[in-house]
Design a protein around this ligand. Structure first.
Ligand code: FAD
Length: 282
């Protein structure tokens, strides 16, 4: 029996320098050869990367026919600012968005007119009807600020009910947390075949930045991974091989459980992502 094959997508973040942008374009060209369903480009909440996100989105849209899904966040922004972005993307032929609340940069106050992603999903539907395919964020290990796990799951259900088409998870290394969330959605009446739960996959490239990132977004790094990475110290080759083995096993388990799609947090890097996708035969 042939194995079920999930679709794939890659996420980029807008870079600060021209050199970073050139590198990102090279990475895009290489990962595009793997026929992803789309690429997404992150957006700094409160508009902090607005011009850079728009610039990368423009560049990538001109470069190939592969759909580009800009991330759009609502915290700290006005409805008028968000409407302007939506109109711009619609005029550009973009029909897919990743809709998020975002996290305000430190020092910035005021949640804006749309304080939560749920409000943003409703606003996009009110403003642009069914034009956009909307993806939202999901948290297999609970969003760090959620008042309870049940509340967080209900929040995701509400985002689906308000018009979200898909949810992409925060990264995780414990496949059971993903499966638990998928089952919970079904119990809440979400048909996850029609409204898929896409697994967010973080390749392990650099131990220090992975730990920092995991701590800030509430993702759990299992003890065996922490300990093994600590033992490797500065030995980048061992870190990459171990990271590859861990993420391969995770993806294989998810595929065997019928995951509909894998969304790679590419970190704007070619090799770790290509290696995984090729080894998985996707
Ligand atoms: P929400 O769904 O609004 O949830 C945020 C928190 O509020 C949760 O704890 C929820 O339980 C709680 N909540 C919801 N409604 C209420 C209510 N009425 N009262 C009280 N609490 C409530 N960030 C960026 O800035 N830019 C990006 O491009 C970006 N891309 C991302 C992509 C993915 C796939 C993921 C998983 C995350 C991304 N993030 C990004 C991070 C995200 O913005 C943060 O995790 C943010 O803290 C929450 O965003 P959300 O859309 O999940 O918010």
């Amino acid at each position: 029996m042939s194995q079920h094959k999930p679709s794939i997508s890659f996420e980029f973040f807008p870079t600060q320098t021209q050199q970073g942008k050139d590198k990102l374009i090279e990475t895009f060209d290489s990962l595009n050869e793997l026929s992803p369903s789309y690429f997404s480009v992150t957006y700094g909440a409160g508009g902090s990367t607005r011009e850079r996100t728009l610039d990368i989105v423009d560049n990538l849209c001109r470069r190939s026919d592969t759909p580009i899904a800009p991330h759009i966040s609502c915290i700290g922004d006005s409805k008028a600012q968000i409407a302007e972005l939506l109109d711009r993307y619609q005029a550009q032929g973009i029909n897919r968005l990743v809709a998020l609340r975002g996290d305000l940069p430190s020092g910035q106050v005021g949640m804006g007119e749309l304080p939560f992603a749920l409000d943003l999903v409703k606003f996009i539907r009110e403003h642009a009807g069914e034009h956009f395919y909307i993806e939202v964020a999901a948290y297999p290990e609970m969003h760090p600020q959620a008042r309870s796990f049940d509340f967080d799951i209900q929040n995701l259900v509400n985002k689906f009910n308000a018009g979200a088409d898909t949810a992409i998870t925060q990264f995780f290394y414990n496949a059971d947390s993903y499966l638990y969330l998928r089952d919970a959605l079904e119990k809440h009446g979400v048909d996850t075949t029609a409204k898929p739960l896409v697994a967010g996959i973080m390749p392990i490239i650099n131990a220090t930045s992975l730990m920092r990132f995991a701590d800030s977004c509430g993702a759990d790094i299992p003890r065996y991974i922490r300990k093994q990475l600590a033992d490797f110290g500065d030995d980048k080759t061992s870190i990459r091989q171990f990271g590859f083995d861990v993420v391969m096993r995770l993806c294989e388990r998810l595929i065997s459980e019928g995951v509909p799609a894998l969304h790679f947090y590419s970190m704007n890097k070619t090799q770790p992502n290509r290696r995984l996708v090729e080894a998985l035969g996707l």
